[in-house]
Design a protein around this ligand. Structure first.
Ligand code: GLU
Length: 294
């Protein structure tokens, strides 16, 4: 097997400590497997993208010594592929147009909640638009037990999610004419031949959807590893939205050592004056031992 891994930041701000942990974990896993490591800029969500943030993230990765093996890929340049994938699903009758507004969905969920049923999209438009204009495209998920997706996470262990009861038919093309993250990620990972996905555990909840979508598109399912997320003192996930501080890019080794500690890595650095090179050698060895990579 030729290992191909990736780091896929959304350019909504500069790299912060949480995203450094994901970048480092994916980099170390690729090195431990003697594989390739790619970077993909997830700038598909136009309204959330901050001008200059992608260039800033790429410069920080370089400065920290994480060099990608191929030029970065930009989601904003790949919309033709997302359209093709949607057309493939349309031709197979696997998706349907949805005319529900957020308010209508919220109202029906409230009603469902009152009846103590689940909070998944109730499938209102499965049987047609009921005279409403099409707003979004949804992927139809199977009913009952067939909707249970199981996978083995290399860090978190066995996982299962029932798409019918926990998610419902999910959006691939949004009402605001944007491509949904789930579709873009699956198409990009497949086209890039990604074999191993290493990312933060906040994305665990999307994995079953992505595996189901891979099956619908007839593309392989990579191996998954979700690292523990970094939280702030209030226990919230660190994100650019809740004001996570940008990294001190003047001190790459200090930030990288903290990220390695977050991953539980025991580093044997004999070097008195550690360099990026000696740090990565020690961290890769520790990762290989911890994750059982041979
Ligand atoms: N762009 C996503 C994020 O920054 C990561 C997507 C992925 O790794 O699948 O949260």
């Amino acid at each position: 097997m030729t290992y191909r891994g990736r780091f896929a930041p959304s350019p909504t701000g500069p790299l912060h400590f949480g995203s450094l942990v994901s970048a480092l974990a994916s980099w170390l896993d690729a090195r431990a497997h003697r594989g390739s490591w790619l970077v993909r800029i997830e700038d598909i969500d136009g309204p959330r993208t901050i001008p200059g943030a992608a260039e800033d993230i790429l410069a920080t990765l370089e400065r920290f010594g994480m060099h990608a093996d191929e030029p970065p890929l930009w989601q904003s340049r790949r919309t033709a592929r997302y359209r093709q994938a949607l057309e493939q699903l349309q031709a197979g009758g696997l998706v349907y147009p949805c005319g529900c507004t957020r308010k209508e969905i919220a109202d029906s969920l409230l009603h469902a909640h009152a009846r103590n049923t689940t909070l998944a999209y109730p499938g209102t438009c499965r049987s047609g638009l009921h005279g409403k204009p099409a707003r979004a495209w949804r992927l139809r998920v199977p009913d009952g037990d067939a909707a249970a997706i199981t996978f083995e996470d290399r860090w978190q262990g066995p996982q299962t999610q029932n798409l019918a009861t926990e998610v419902g038919d999910f959006v691939l093309r949004r009402a605001d004419d944007q491509w949904a993250y789930q579709l873009a990620v699956v198409v990009d990972d497949a086209d890039a031949g990604i074999t191993h996905i290493v990312r933060g555990a906040d994305l665990m909840d999307s994995t079953a959807r992505q595996i189901y979508l891979q099956r619908c598109l007839g593309v392989p399912t990579p191996a998954y590893l979700h690292v523990p997320v970094v939280t702030n003192e209030r226990g919230e996930k660190l994100s650019k939205q809740n004001g996570a501080k940008a990294l001190n890019t003047g001190e790459p080794l200090a930030a990288l050592s903290a990220a390695a500690r977050h991953l539980g890595l025991e580093l044997n650095t004999a070097a008195e004056q550690p360099t990026l090179e000696s740090f990565y050698a020690a961290a890769t060895a520790a990762w290989a031992t911890q994750m059982g990579v041979r």
